[in-house]
Write a protein that binds this ligand. Structure first.
Ligand SMILES: CC(C)(COP(=O)(O)OP(=O)(O)OC[C@H]1O[C@@H](n2cnc3c(N)ncnc32)[C@H](O)[C@@H]1OP(=O)(O)O)[C@@H](O)C(=O)NCCC(=O)NCCS
Length: 209
């Protein structure tokens, strides 16, 4: 029987290369355009949201340490998973300063909403040392074919090998089951700028030698 899941979804999952960051930013902005938090923060105008998200993600990759993974199909980028290594996800004073112009450029109301959102996420961020997953997106027309799972399999394989705890936030209930299938458990829930959020943690599996 021919089902989409019977077809290998991607030809390659690997580290994102420096020269691929611009394309990854465009994919992430497009892929997360309709996520409830982004709609709540940036408003109903999709084009305005897309521009704002591209600027935010470009700044994220420029200012923070990131070891993103990507999925490729026939050489084309089809999925991206941002990964902040252990000890790097909470902004230093200098990183906040470098992020500020991008946030201020959003305009006063959006700046207030984004600041409140980031503060809420900061309050939930676990005190124990962890690698931080996100942003994550797969091209819309390719979702549900296992690409996200292939990204998560590689991500969790690395976590298990390194013995690292991983943490993430999500603003979509349907994503909770997806992450649970990869070993994450819900450790908190909160409403962030009016949007339900789930906070999830994954303990590393014991890897046999
Ligand atoms: C979440 C996401 C990365 C998963 O990637 P994917 O390639 O669709 O994942 P897979 O095909 O391996 O697994 C599909 C699972 O993802 C979840 N999912 C979430 N949104 C989905 C969508 N629009 N289409 C299909 N599956 C979706 C479902 O739980 C689904 O599980 P199921 O197979 O039991 O129905 C992708 O749906 C996406 O880019 N969503 C929009 C952006 C986003 O929410 N990113 C995560 C932020 S925390």
């Amino acid at each position: 029987m021919h089902t989409p899941n019977a077809v290998p979804a991607v030809s390659e999952v690997r580290d994102l290369r420096r020269e691929e960051i611009a394309a990854a930013v465009v994919l992430l902005a497009r892929g997360m355009l309709d996520n409830p938090l982004n709609v709540a923060a940036h408003g109903p105008d999709r084009e305005r949201r897309r521009r704002a998200l591209e600027r935010m993600f470009a700044t994220l990759f420029a200012v923070f340490e990131q070891r993103p993974l990507c999925a490729l199909d026939g050489g084309a980028l089809v999925g991206v998973a941002g990964v902040a290594p252990v000890g790097t996800c909470q902004a230093s004073a200098l990183q906040r300063l470098r992020f500020l112009p991008t946030v201020i450029a959003l305009g006063p109301r959006t700046t207030a909403r984004v600041s409140s959102w980031l503060a809420a996420w900061g309050r939930h961020d676990p005190a124990r040392s962890h690698s931080h997953l996100g942003p994550v997106a797969v091209e819309q027309e390719l979702r549900g074919r296992g690409i996200g799972s292939e990204l998560l399999r590689e991500h969790t394989r690395r976590l298990d090998a390194a013995g690292e705890v991983s943490y993430l936030e999500t603003d979509k209930r349907e994503n909770v089951g997806f992450y649970q299938r990869h070993g994450y458990a819900v450790v908190g829930e909160d409403e962030v700028i009016g949007v339900p959020n789930w906070f999830m943690l994954r303990e590393p599996a014991t890897v046999s030698a």
